[in-house]
Design a protein around this ligand. Structure first.
Ligand code: MSS
Length: 366
């Protein structure tokens, strides 16, 4: 694809889904656009190119409608005239890690490993500043975003996504830049809703309409897709999603991933284990621990802080590894005491969302 590193793993061609291998991800504090993963449910909007170049779209507008005193249509140029905010944030697909559910039973969807994951800097205008002009009514409890992309089959439901307004109002952005450049077309340029701390699906690309409503949408992007059961379900079983027995993929689970060594790598003696950790930004990550003996003992890694609560924490630790086939494990904990389960079976769900079990990498020690 135009502008993307040929080393990306193709998970799907139409719509495009590309995964970043960990070997590329670990090289950068901020993920550059040429290696950033792509998850499209539909194509790019009509008239746009599948490229990392920004679109020519100075005429772009976004509507603010629904439970507001004054519906608005804002031009991109007007948004760029408002005070801007810049923010580092992890963008992760809610299906990241889905392939690991196969240790128990395969979950349906693209078989992502660790790399539907990026850490980038967004620049844009605060949602709160945009909504101020519209006057949001107190009954408006949800924000539903629509993008200009369309389903391949016109009969199929279009992508749209709701988030709880009060929870996101202080942090959400309408972004027009990524990593200091105009937003690439394939990542939602010229304008994207950014909901820091939330899973990828909530960050609607090519955003052209914001609806303020009393209830969340019941579109197929909200139910049955992009949801998890409220209570654990038996591994491999079917599940009928209702509004009461499940919840949307909103705030990200606390998670550490190992970026080095890579799965299957041959190493010797003492190794440096490196990775990144993050959560939903509501509390700092307080520790990452690594085990090389199946969790009998754990060693603390040193952490680097991101520039915003929503960025990732790079971590590293030197550990001894016994000769033979062995596993390196890693888990993060945050200030609210939230951590990661050793056994991912309790996370199992038919669509394979929100995987955050202890990360386990098999290596060969010679
Ligand atoms: N947006 C729109 N408009 N469409 C689509 O499809 N997807 C999702 C988000 N947004 C979409 C949107 C998803 S799902 C994800 S992850 C993200 O996006 C991705 O991003 P990038 O930029 O990387 O491609 Mo899963 O949870």
């Amino acid at each position: 694809m135009a502008g993307k590193d040929p080393g990306l793993i193709v998970r799907n061609t139409n719509p495009v889904e590309l995964e970043t291998p960990v070997a590329l991800l670990r090289e950068h504090r901020y993920t550059p656009k040429n290696i950033m993963y792509i998850r499209n449910n539909q194509g790019v909007p009509p008239g746009m190119q599948l490229t990392t170049e920004p679109p020519r779209a100075e005429e772009w507008t976004v509507e603010v409608v629904g439970l507001v005193d004054k519906p608005l249509t804002l031009r991109l140029s007007e948004l760029k005239g408002l005070p801007a905010t810049e923010l580092e944030m992890v963008l992760q697909c809610s299906g990241n890690g889905r392939s690991f559910f196969s240790r128990y039973a395969r979950a349906s969807g693209a078989q992502w490993e660790r790399g539907s994951l990026a850490n980038v800097r967004w620049k844009g205008v605060k949602l709160s500043a945009v909504l101020e002009g519209a006057g949001v009514k107190p009954e408006a409890l949800f924000l539903t975003a629509e993008g200009a992309d369309q389903p391949a089959n016109p009969q199929a439901p279009d992508i749209e996504r709701s988030v709880p307004l009060r929870d996101v109002l202080a942090s959400a952005l309408l972004a027009y830049e990524m990593n200091g450049e105009p937003l690439p077309t394939v990542h939602g340029g010229p304008l994207r809703l950014i909901v820091p701390g939330y899973y990828g699906i909530n960050n609607i690309k090519w955003v052209n309409r914001l609806r303020l409503e009393a209830a969340a949408s019941t579109n197929n992007t909200m139910i049955p897709r992009y949801r998890v059961p409220l209570a654990p379900v038996p591994v491999g079983s079917a599940f009928t999603f209702t509004l009461d027995n499940s919840r949307p993929n909103w705030r990200q689970n606390v998670k550490a991933v190992i970026l080095s060594p890579a799965e299957g790598q041959s190493v010797s003696g003492i190794i440096e284990v490196r990775g990144v950790a993050w959560n939903d930004g509501s509390a700092p990550i307080t520790g990452v621990e690594v085990s090389t003996n199946q969790g009998r003992s754990w060693q603390s890694a040193s952490l680097e802080k991101p520039s915003s609560p929503y960025g990732w924490y790079p971590w590293r630790v030197r550990v001894m590894v016994a000769t033979g086939d062995t596993e390196v494990w890693a888990r993060a904990t945050d200030a609210l005491g939230r951590s990661q389960p050793v056994d991912g079976a309790i996370l199992w769900n038919p669509n394979g969302y929100e995987w955050n079990a202890v990360d386990k990498v098999k290596i060969k020690v010679g």
